[in-house]
Design a binder for this molecule. Structure first.
Ligand code: PEP
Length: 251
């Protein structure tokens, strides 16, 4: 059966000292009260190796927020999937809307990043989602389908079964606007049907599909109660250990 997952995305927040303090706080809260789901912390690159040492890795997995689309070499400023893996991190967030919007990441680039993440034994948390105009034009399904098809559907069923999908409506990220539980369930079920059409019902049933976008302790329970919502990718609320733990406790 698929795993329930709550993953934090710290984005470009926290100095090394602040980040390790937060990672330790999250880990301690989970040791005191064991989670009923997999918990992941998506930290900036510079925190990864220290964060792996700071947490109880039986309870918390560490994730990068991006990786290079090249294996290695003269790509100043980039961080490869192999480098991320070497820190002890297990996950990498790919295709976040901020990467797509501010850094021009296309589905073709994300296809290469996904291949490198998988080749290096990282689990991609692959983000998809529509912008507000697309939602208003009722195009959310086709947008998500295209993002998955173009970046992921070259994978074999075996490879695809290692992917975690995060549905993040861009209009809900960092805005305080959250998708209703009905909107989340509807599109998560649709995304699962797209996966089933390509890879069959078993792979689709085993794929974790997370919701992201202004998820908080106050709304997590009703979002996660939906049969096709297998947890969340959490931005703002993951920067506070109590709030993040409040979301984890929704399971
Ligand atoms: C995100 O950036 O992945 C996200 C879901 O952010 P927030 O929770 O702050 O909306």
């Amino acid at each position: 059966m698929r795993q329930n997952i709550v993953a934090g995305n710290w984005k470009m927040n926290n100095t090394l000292e602040e980040g390790i303090k937060l990672a330790k706080e999250v880990s301690a809260l989970l040791e005191a009260n064991k989670p009923n789901c997999k918990v992941v912390l998506g930290t900036p690159f510079i925190h990864l190796a220290e964060a792996v040492k700071a947490v109880n890795t039986d309870l918390v997995g560490i994730s990068a927020q991006d990786c290079a689309d090249k294996e290695s070499g003269a790509y100043t400023g980039e961080t490869s999937a192999a480098m991320i893996k070497s820190t002890g991190a297990e996950y990498v967030i790919l295709g976040h809307s901020e990467r797509r919007t501010y850094y021009g990441e296309t589905n073709a680039i994300l296809k290469d990043k996904t291949d490198l993440a998988l080749a290096n034994g990282l689990t991609p948390i692959f983000c998809i989602g529509e912008v507000l105009e697309e939602r208003e034009a009722n195009k959310q399904n086709e947008v998500c389908k295209t993002q998955i098809e173009e970046a992921l559907f070259h994978l074999s069923a075996d490879e695809f079964s290692k992917i975690v999908i995060a549905y993040e409506p861009v209009w809900a990220i960092g805005t305080g606007k959250v998708a209703t539980p009905e909107q989340a369930q509807e599109i998560h079920a649709y995304i699962r049907s797209v996966i089933a059409d390509k890879y069959g019902a078993e792979v689709a049933d085993n794929t974790s599909i997370l919701y992201g976008g202004s998820c908080k302790p106050s709304n997590a329970k009703e979002l996660f109660a939906n049969p096709d919502v297998d947890g969340g990718l959490i931005g703002g609320a993951s920067l506070n250990a109590e709030d993040f733990n409040g979301i984890i406790s929704a399971f």
